[in-house]
Write a new protein. Structure first.
Length: 569
């Protein structure tokens, strides 16, 4: 291992030379208290930034082992240290400037949700932060003095204030770990008590705006459960917490426009993730495999069994292996449900506003005009109870204009100026007094909802120059020249998750696709690898993969299903 003085000598030697001379500084350097790993050096000031790691031995960092000895605590502490390091960059670092990305110094950005990330690594031997750095240049000439200033003056100060236990805010760290313990306990209580979701009293559901995930301040109505739906749990640190428990089965969220129906559903779909202290949704949890489904006109469908919803097509097309390059709203929504069942879910989340009307219900007048034998669609209203009775899959559904769902609901919650009311009995009385017009369409009892499709090895082809997979922001990926549109994956919440999905596509192409496993087996294989070897294992990045966040299996499966090269055997 070289010393920091060796790094200074190399920089002095390459000063004012062509930018590629920076390649000479690759390696590991002892900086007295931490090691600087220069893993990857960019070839041009306008190219993707260089990647470095700063690694502090635990003899120096001294973080208590009990802070990272179980998975949920490890995720909490690495999230916390990522935020601290980012804040300290902002507080201590002044950009040295230069051409292109010169002077950039960054760690992965965290939002309101606490995700498993690759930005910070911790174990009993070390704590390590992974950074992107733009090595300074004038034009395409090395600026050695500015590079030395970044590496020797700024980074050691940031490391000292971010990765040493005695120098950070220990109280805030302990609060985040306690919160993680409580959130973990709350999720376990969902399963123990046959609940699919929980919303704590006092939660703040509204956000500042459609583009901000931060809580609304003045004017936000704190959540208060109806007494009939209120449950209480004792958490390890917070103690007793009360709130609304949503039981298994079919739950409707109703109410007038702008009274908070979709806001509650949005909080529940985000309840698959933990949130930071002060977010307002810290104690809103849903089953972690819950899936938000909607209509998605134009999406590709590759051999999906949609027969529980679509059957007897006029052209005789087989809907047990349905294919389409341009699916309709109703067909796409049925597909999205079947794909969610394939990968595994206990809870479907649906908003009437983003659903296909003819998929959700057919009223009596339409049934009278168009006979059942001429209608290939079995509406969701006729299958939602079968989903629960036969597959133990619950549904939470926002309904604003279709009271027919009162017939099949187990619980009905009405939002009145953001205040939830239990109106189940009233809804049932209305359903009894005003019988649903028309006959229920008799169809499958939904026993075939777990079909496992086998992926052909041809699904992930290699171009002449190999495989190039790259994400673009939150909602898209390019696999070589094939675009993957993730726009309607509403539970994909962080661009670092999308980067991870792009890496997994490449990992599957190289390591799993040739085995021709089922989609579920393929994804399970990926997650077993991550579980044993960490997020780093699925990356082929030059240098460390410091900007990955764990996607759920559900979003990874959805991305693969939207990949237009996917071929099912």
């Amino acid at each position: 291992m070289k010393s920091y003085k060796d790094l200074q000598m190399i920089l002095n030697r390459i000063d004012k030379k062509g930018y590629k001379a920076y390649k000479d500084i690759s390696g590991v350097y002892d900086f007295k208290g931490f090691k600087l790993h220069i893993d990857y050096v960019q070839g041009d000031p306008f190219a993707s930034p260089s990647r470095i790691r700063v690694s502090v031995p635990q003899t120096q960092a001294a973080f208590p082992k009990e802070f990272y000895d179980v998975k949920h605590r490890k995720i909490a502490i690495t999230d916390f240290l990522t935020r601290v390091f980012d804040n300290e960059i902002g507080r201590l670092y002044s950009n040295v400037g230069g051409t292109g990305k010169s002077g950039l110094l960054a760690i992965d950005k965290c939002g309101q949700k606490i995700l498993e990330r690759s930005s910070v690594y911790i174990d009993s031997k070390k704590v390590e932060a992974r950074l992107e750095i733009g090595l300074p240049a004038a034009g395409r000439k090395v600026l050695a003095k500015k590079a030395w200033s970044m590496l020797h003056s700024y980074i050691p100060k940031i490391v000292e204030s971010s990765l040493i236990y005695q120098n950070i805010n220990q109280t805030d760290l302990w609060k985040q770990i306690q919160l993680a313990d409580d959130q973990n306990a709350l999720r376990q209580n969902l399963i123990k008590n046959d609940l699919v979701a929980f919303v704590a009293n006092g939660s703040i559901l509204p956000r500042q705006s459609g583009v901000s995930d931060r809580p609304l301040g003045a004017g936000a109505v704190p959540f208060q459960s109806p007494k009939s739906l209120e449950v209480a749990f004792k958490l390890p640190h917070r103690g007793v917490i009360k709130g609304m428990g949503i039981s298994q089965g079919v739950t409707l969220i109703v109410g007038g426009g702008y009274h908070g129906k979709s806001t509650l559903l949005k909080a529940l779909e985000n309840g698959v993730y933990n949130h930071i202290l002060g977010d307002g949704r810290e104690y809103i949890v849903s089953r972690q495999n819950a899936v938000k489904v909607r209509a998605e006109d134009g999406r590709r469908v590759e051999k999906v069994d949609i027969s529980p919803f679509i059957n007897n097509l006029p052209n005789g097309q087989d809907t047990t292996e349905f294919q389409s390059e341009n699916a309709s709203g109703s067909t796409s929504q049925g597909t999205n449900i079947m794909e969610a069942l394939e990968i595994g879910t206990d809870l479907l989340l649906i908003d009437e506003d983003t659903s296909a009307t003819n998929f959700m219900v057919r009223d009596g007048r339409m049934q009278a005009l168009v006979s059942q034998d001429k209608e290939p669609i079995t509406p969701f209203i006729d299958q939602v109870k079968n989903l629960h009775n036969n597959l133990s899959v619950s549904t939470i559904l926002v309904v604003g204009g279709c009271g027919d769902y009162f017939d099949v609901a187990d619980t009905v919650i009405m939002l009145d100026e953001y205040t939830p009311l239990d109106v189940t009995e009233t809804a049932k009385e209305i359903a009894t007094a005003q019988l649903r017009q028309g006959l229920k369409k008799e169809d499958s009892l939904f026993t075939n909802g777990r079909t496992l499709r086998k992926i052909s090895k041809m699904s992930f082809p290699t171009a002449k120059k190999g495989i190039k997979v790259k994400s673009k922001g939150l909602k898209s990926i390019n696999y070589n020249k094939t675009f993957v549109d993730l726009t309607y994956l509403e539970q994909l919440v962080d661009s670092s998750q999308t980067i991870a999905i792009a890496c997994i596509f490449e990992y599957i192409a190289k390591n799993i696709a040739p085995k021709e496993l089922s989609l579920k087996q393929t994804i399970d294989n990926v997650y077993e690898t991550i579980e044993h070897n960490g997020l780093d294992a699925i990356s082929s990045y030059k240098g460390h993969p410091g900007n990955l966040a764990m996607p759920r299996k559900q979003e990874l499966a959805a991305a693969i299903n939207r990949f237009r090269l996917l071929k099912i055997m």
